[in-house]
Design a protein around this ligand. Structure first.
Ligand SMILES: [Zn+2]
Length: 95
């Protein structure tokens, strides 16, 4: 469980994975989210344990750069319960 993105990285071992964006956050109620965007690709790998219903999900979605004024980096919708998880930007931290 929660190793899909790990596998994506490991599968590309022959060439070091350069990350455009990579984050792993713990959410409330044992929820978890991991997101990876590989440099040069326009898709985001998203791995999620929904903090609301506990559903595990892995999918890819189009990666859109958040606008400068946006409070959130991106948002993800749980396919099971429709809960929207907003991933905030990390202030001052290297994402
Ligand atoms: Zn859910």
């Amino acid at each position: 469980m929660f190793d899909k993105i790990e596998k994506v990285i490991n599968d590309k071992k022959s060439t070091p994975v350069e990350c455009e964006y990579h984050t792993l956050r713990n959410l409330e109620n044992k929820g978890k989210i991991r997101a990876l965007v590989i440099k040069g690709e326009s898709i985001a790998h998203i791995e999620l344990i929904c903090p609301k219903c506990g559903n595990y999900d892995y999918h890819t979605q189009e990666w859109k750069q958040a606008s400068k004024g946006a409070k959130y980096r991106f948002e993800i919708k749980c396919p099971k319960c429709g809960n929207v998880i907003k991933v905030s930007k990390l202030k001052g931290a290297k994402e």
